[in-house]
Design a protein around this ligand. Structure first.
Ligand SMILES: Nc1nc2c(c(=O)[nH]1)N[C@H]1C(S)=C(S)[C@@H](COP(=O)(O)OP(=O)(O)OC[C@H]3O[C@@H](n4cnc5c(N)ncnc54)[C@H](O)[C@@H]3O)O[C@H]1N2
Ligand code: MOO
Ligand SMILES: [Mg+2]
Length: 421
């Protein structure tokens, strides 16, 4: 008699997996190596930015009070007492009706509270001295970038758990973070199981297929922010597979296998979990693809038995492994971000299980639209290539029609969600 499995809901399955979530650890890396890493601490402004009042224009710094009454009919003349480029500091006090020629980014003389742009002035020379003439008055603070206008000391600028992007890197550099506190990358072990698997460089042969899952999952591990240790392919033999998995477990934080979790004669993972003494949380989830996803824990280590079918494998990773990784990377929103979209094509096939349809997002007249990115079967690989989202079609008897409002999970987004279920 073939074992009958009882499916649990996707949300219950995610809750079970997340009951084993662990916090991550921090490490410091040089700023040049922090792209796409995740912050292990809040980034706080270590000083005001700018830390001095400065000119946002090339022009002349002066005292606004001296410009009162200036007009087309009543132009004013100011003596230019020095010239300052960015990086220089004023050396002379600025007295009434004096000005300093100042370049963009230069520290303002303390006596000055306004800048007139170069284009609005006319140079003149009298008795060997330089003057400017202009025809308008300036308000106090006009054309000045004030100390702290960008950030003030002590302000939290970027939260722990955020993925470092080019803008965050600029902030890190601004505040002198030559070393950046980032989450250590969790180490994820990976096996692809199946006696039918060929290497990517092998020619195809009867009955055999190239292993694509380990490449796909490695890529998903990297996208999620963790590091992969690929242990290779396993043929469907119990002893060999058991030993390899038992050994690998000692070297990693989390172990993923692909294939061998269903009820076939060569689906060995259920036996292996039993021999390891691992606690199996579930071996059937009310979802398609990925219904056979099996997740177990041995002490504190999670074992993810993802399906061998490529689309099922892909979806299983995104729903169950990603939030565990992102939690270890200090994210408070470890799950895929959920958005609402209009379905761009009929999807009539009814199913008792929740479907995660590989879809492509686009905007049509400002409305987010999702259309399937290929054939919707769990053994299909090509629909993954064009997919940037998983559209959730809840289980039930009715199919879905073009124009229906649906939820979609974003695959390439860094923001995430705290709980999309
Ligand atoms: N009698 C039943 N049969 C099946 C059931 C079931 O409930 N009762 N479930 C089906 C579902 S749903 C799925 S999904 C698959 C899951 O199979 P496994 O996870 O056990 O995976 P395998 O049997 O090892 O392989 C399935 C399929 O995927 C191909 N594969 C495996 N590894 C790779 C790889 N690394 N790269 C590319 N493709 C891979 C493999 O050749 C098979 O075609 O079971 C159904 N059967
Ligand atoms: O596990 Mo299967 O992917 O539901 O088709
Ligand atoms: Mg199988």
């Amino acid at each position: 008699m073939v074992e009958r499995r009882t499916p649990i809901s996707v949300s219950d399955a995610v809750i079970k997996v997340m009951s084993k979530k662990q916090a991550g650890e921090a490490e410091w890396v040089p700023i040049d190596q922090c792209d796409r890493r995740f912050l292990a601490k809040d980034i706080v402004a270590t000083h005001d930015v700018p830390h001095f009042n400065r000119s946002p224009y090339d022009g002349f710094a002066l005292r606004s009070i001296d410009t009162a009454g200036a007009s087309r009919e009543n132009p004013l003349e100011f003596e230019v007492i020095e010239e300052l480029g960015a990086g220089m500091v004023p050396t002379r006090p600025v007295n009434p009706f004096q000005a300093v020629r100042i370049m963009t980014g230069t520290q303002m003389p303390v006596e000055c509270d306004a800048v007139i742009m170069l284009e609005l002035t006319q140079d003149i020379e009298k008795d060997g001295r330089k003057y400017i003439r202009f025809k308008r008055s300036l308000k106090k603070g006009e054309n000045v970038s004030f100390q702290g206008e960008d950030a003030s000391e002590g302000e939290v600028l970027v939260k722990k758990g955020t993925a470092i992007n080019p803008g965050i890197k600029a902030v890190l550099a601004t505040f002198g973070y030559d070393k950046v506190p980032v989450a250590k990358k969790p180490i994820i072990g990976l096996f692809a199981t199946g006696s039918e698997l060929l290497d990517v460089s092998d020619p195809i042969e009867p009955g055999k297929i190239r292993n694509s899952n380990s490449y796909m999952i490695s890529s998903q591990i990297n996208r999620a922010g963790a590091e992969v240790v690929y242990f290779g392919k396993l043929v469907d033999e119990l002893e060999v597979s058991y030993e390899a998995i038992e050994n690998a477990l000692k070297k990693v934080d989390i172990l993923i296998t692909t294939g061998g979790v269903s009820v076939g004669d060569f689906d060995l993972l259920p036996d292996i979990y039993q021999r390891l003494g691992a606690e199996v949380f579930f071996n059937k989830v009310g979802m398609r693809p990925g219904s056979v996803t099996t997740i177990a824990a041995l002490q504190n280590k999670l074992l993810f038995g993802l399906s061998g079918n490529p689309s099922a494998c892909y979806v299983g990773f995104e729903l169950f492994v990603r939030p565990i990784i992102r939690t270890m990377l200090f994210s408070e929103k470890p799950h895929l971000q959920k958005v609402q979209a209009a379905l761009g094509a009929d999807f009539k096939k009814p199913n008792p299980f929740t479907r995660f349809v590989r879809t492509k997002l686009s905007f049509e007249d400002g409305q987010l639209v999702v259309v399937p990115s290929g054939m919707d079967k769990s053994n299909i690989t090509t629909s993954l290539a064009g997919s940037d989202s998983l559209t959730i079609l809840p289980g039930g008897t009715r199919g879905f029609e073009e124009g229906d409002t649906v939820d979609a999970l974003l695959l390439d987004d860094q923001e995430g969600s705290s709980w999309p279920w």
